[in-house]
Design a protein around this ligand. Structure first.
Ligand code: BGC
Length: 819
């Protein structure tokens, strides 16, 4: 009986187990099916809404050439006649009017938003793989696709294409911050010309740059793309870049307009800021760029200003940009920026990028129900058509796909050399009687060309400091190199450079090295000089932090202390090279090495550029475009900045609704940031608050010295004319930057102690050679923004006109009466 019961039970158990197994199998099958369906659904959704939803608007390529009355032209609409818009000889506005007249409302609405992210991801039949956005073609009228691509340090397209052996590398030029450190307008123009030419020859019509946001706080992850804490330096350099690029018939998109000074929650952040700070600091650089270079496009920023998304702000995009400054180009959104498509168009944001199906539907609906009038649509369409008509594409330019990368590499090299700043030199530079150099620190061997994100470039190579010094004829110390190699092998995984999309969002930051006493002794015994490289890397989507980034890490601190001590003990020198994209702390260690070079991130030729300065082939002439503070907290903006760092959420950027959070749920420095410091950004704050700084704005040493003389200031027709003679009083040839500041000693209002108004850089002056330079400052530039009057106001009376070697070293000054 017992066995019988046991048998029955076993049978029952087996049956139950079989049943459970069958049910589990079924459940698993259903789950797999659901996952597959969800995956397919998601793919379908993403493909049809974000990637390629413009299949009916494929570019017309079989356009015939006709000749009528001896004039050869492309018969774009195929009607066998010469239409006004097909006639290159006609003025742009007439051609624009003519196309507009022939377009249907649907075609017009198609133009208002791009064709999705397909081309950026290399999906679909696009002409330029990696181009991050497009202006949709109008096939019926033979209007071509316009390709848009990043960015501020050179063109960013995909270097490889399916089924092709050849590559499409671009030149990595120096980062924006390095370019502004040159204070050389002609040089930046030359860089822009080369960048524009590269775009032209690779079939790109608009470069998404330069970046003109102000360095409000040193932790903004994208500061490397931007120029300065000062709007005049930003404006002059930015305009030179725009003029250079656009000289090639390529458009620019000056970004990110405006007050986009942090990456954390950038898509939703509301900047609470005074009108005065906007006008005098955040808008000012853009204003100068618009007035000096009239860029083809401006990119509105993600953030809100005082409660309104910039891309929906009629005040910013129409009243200020168009009515006050006479901007004649188009405004496009930043990628997936803003909220309501029809509000954006109505406010003056003409083009929505990269464009989604949702936006297309919203615009159709708004046009149908009258919330968006045809007049508003026409206004934006006309601006877009103007760009298309102006473009080389419309002139049927046959791009070569072979820009002169060698010539551009040379431009990258000499522009990077000129932006390198000599911060300290105790008889250590240029290097003399040195054969063998010990390179310490990971970045000496893994030099960083630029920052990450859309400001990164796909370059063919990056010259490291090691290679640069070898090219300059120096010997590289093998004991130090061996330690680096072992370190790299031990941390193989962390030395793998992120590629593709993850390279966009993950700064490459391999682990630092420590050196034992024995190792250092061996290195010192076999070398003549030590070079420590301190590297940093940041970029789009994240902000920097204090620990291990602004401050040296523990390992770096001990490397600095031990290396300097050990080399000095035997009478050998140590030089520090900073291969960084943003400001770091320097006070705690700057007394240790014999010389400090701020090399920034010099693009693909970075190592050669640093070697040019170290060897004395080029005399350094870079000057700081921002202040290096003693402490991070000395910046007034530190009271209102997301100091804890973090990275942006891409899914949230693309998919999250832009619904307003209730007031009590809003988080400071994420949902909103209060620009409590007002106009007191950078040196304006450090000077006013009488704070010590580590290195002041405008500072930079040379291997020679310069004397100033014959300083003259006069007032003529509402313009201040300044003349000064600069003489090379040292023994090496070099260039000097002249910075002109003004100050209002008896001001009745709260104003900065001094403000940069203009500047110039001399050509190379030989020893004893002199140059006389002239500046013109319109008196109106001395105005301040009056909140009460909502206008620029000029204080009458005495002003001091000053020529400085930095904001803290005024070398000449004269007073002038303005009535
Ligand atoms: C960046 C822009 C860039 C765009 C296209 C955005 O995420 O903020 O600066 O031009 O992407 O790559």
């Amino acid at each position: 009986m017992f066995y019988y019961i046991c048998g029955k039970l076993t049978q029952l158990k087996l049956q139950t187990m079989k049943k459970v197994f069958r049910i589990s199998l079924k459940a698993l099958g259903i789950i797999i099916l659901l996952i597959v369906l969800a995956g397919l659904g998601a793919y379908w959704y993403i493909n049809s809404n974000l990637l390629s939803f413009e299949k009916d608007y494929a570019e017309k390529i079989d356009i015939k050439e006709l000749t009528i009355d001896g004039y050869a032209f492309l018969d774009r609409n195929g009607d066998g006649k010469l239409d006004i818009y097909e006639d290159d000889r006609k003025p742009t506005n007439e051609r624009v009017k003519n196309v507009l007249h022939q377009m249907t409302l649907e075609e017009k609405i198609h133009l208002l938003k791009g064709s999705g992210l397909g081309s950026a991801l290399g999906i679909g039949n696009t002409a330029v793989a990696g181009a991050v956005g497009t202006i949709v073609p109008t096939p019926r009228l033979g209007i071509p696709t316009i390709y848009l691509s990043d960015g501020p340090a050179g063109l960013r397209i995909a270097p490889e294409r399916e089924d092709e052996d050849r590559t499409y590398y671009c030149t990595a030029f120096p980062i924006g911050t390095l370019l502004s450190s040159t204070w050389n307008i002609d040089l930046v123009n030359e860089v822009g010309t080369a960048m524009g030419n590269e775009a032209l020859e690779y079939g790109i019509d608009v470069i998404l740059g330069p970046g003109a946001n102000i360095h409000r706080h040193p932790f903004c992850g994208r500061n490397f793309e931007y120029y300065s804490e000062d709007p005049v330096l930003t404006g002059f350099i930015g305009a030179a870049m725009v003029n250079g690029i656009e000289s090639q018939g390529i458009g620019t998109s000056v970004k990110h307009f405006v007050a986009n000074n942090q990456e954390i929650d950038r898509n939703f952040n509301d900047v609470i800021v005074s009108d005065r700070a906007m006008r005098e600091i955040y808008l000012k650089g853009f204003e100068i760029i618009v007035k000096k270079s009239q860029p083809w496009t401006i990119m509105s920023s993600y953030n809100k200003v005082n409660g309104i998304y910039v891309s929906e702000s009629e005040e910013l995009l129409t009243d200020i940009l168009r009515n006050d400054w006479n901007f004649e180009g188009l405004v496009m959104t930043d990628w997936f920026g803003g909220n309501a498509a029809s509000n954006q168009i109505a406010a003056g944001n003409d083009l929505l990028e990269p464009g989604t199906k949702k936006q297309w539907k919203a615009l159709i609906e708004a046009a149908e129900n009258g919330t968006l009038s045809e007049e508003e649509i026409n206004t934006s369409v006309k601006r877009i058509l103007k760009l298309i008509i102006q473009s080389k594409k419309m002139q049927n330019y046959q791009y070569s796909n072979n820009p002169n990368l060698e010539a551009h590499a040379e431009i990258a090299r000499h522009s990077a050399t000129e932006g390198i700043i000599l911060l300290k030199n105790k008889d250590a530079l240029p290097i003399k009687n040195v054969k063998n150099i010990a390179l310490l620190g990971v970045t000496s061997y893994e030099f960083i060309a630029g920052g990450t994100g859309s400001g990164d470039v796909n370059e063919a190579y990056t010259v490291s400091l090691e290679e640069g010094l070898k090219n300059a004829g120096f010997e590289i110390n093998q004991a130090a190199k061996k330690i680096f190699k072992t370190h790299k092998t031990e941390h193989k995984e962390e030395f793998i450079k992120p590629e593709g999309f993850s390279a966009m969002t993950t700064p490459y930051f391999p682990p630092r090295i420590s050196y034992t006493e024995n190792e250092l002794n061996e290195i010192i015994a076999s070398s003549d000089l030590g070079i420590i490289t301190i590297g940093r890397n940041s970029g789009e989507g994240g902000d920097r932090v204090e620990k291990d980034d602004f401050l040296l890490s523990k390992k770096e601190q001990s490397m600095m202390a031990n290396v300097c001590k050990a080399f000095h003990k035997v009478g050998k020198k140590v030089i520090v090279v900073m291969n960084i994209g943003g400001v770091i702390e320097t006070v705690s260690w700057k007394s240790k090495p014999d010389a400090i070079l701020l090399a920034w991130q010099g693009g693909q030729e970075g190592g050669n550029s640093v070697a040019d300065i170290l060897s004395g082939k080029v005399n350094p002439s870079g000057k700081l475009p921002m202040t290096f503070p003693v402490n991070m907290n000395d910046h007034a903006s530190s009271a209102n900045f997301p100091l804890e760092g973090g990275t942006m959420d891409i899914m949230k950027m693309v998919f999250a609704t832009r619904e307003e959070k209730p007031e009590n749920e809003k988080v400071k420095n994420k949902d909103y940031t209060y620009y409590e410091e007002g106009i007191y950004v950078g040196y304006r704050h450090f000077d006013k608050a009488e704070l010590d700084v580590s290195y002041p704005f405008g500072f930079g040493l040379s291997y020679t010295t310069f004397d100033l003389s014959d300083f003259n200031v006069t007032l003529q027709d509402n313009t201040i004319e300044v003349t000064v003679t600069v003489t090379n009083s040292g023994s090496l040839a070099g260039k000097e930057v002249l910075q002109v500041y003004t100050s209002k000693p008896d001001t009745k209002i709260d104003r900065p102690l001094k403000e940069l108004r203009t500047f110039t850089k001399t050509k190379t002056l030989k020893p004893e050679e002199a140059a006389t330079v002239n500046f013109q400052i319109p008196v109106s530039e001395l105005s301040y923004w009056s909140e009460e009057a909502s206008q620029w106001r000029l204080e009458k009376g005495l002003y001091s006109i000053q020529v400085g070697a930095s904001s803290r070293e005024i070398r000449l000054s004269k007073e002038i009466e303005i009535n």
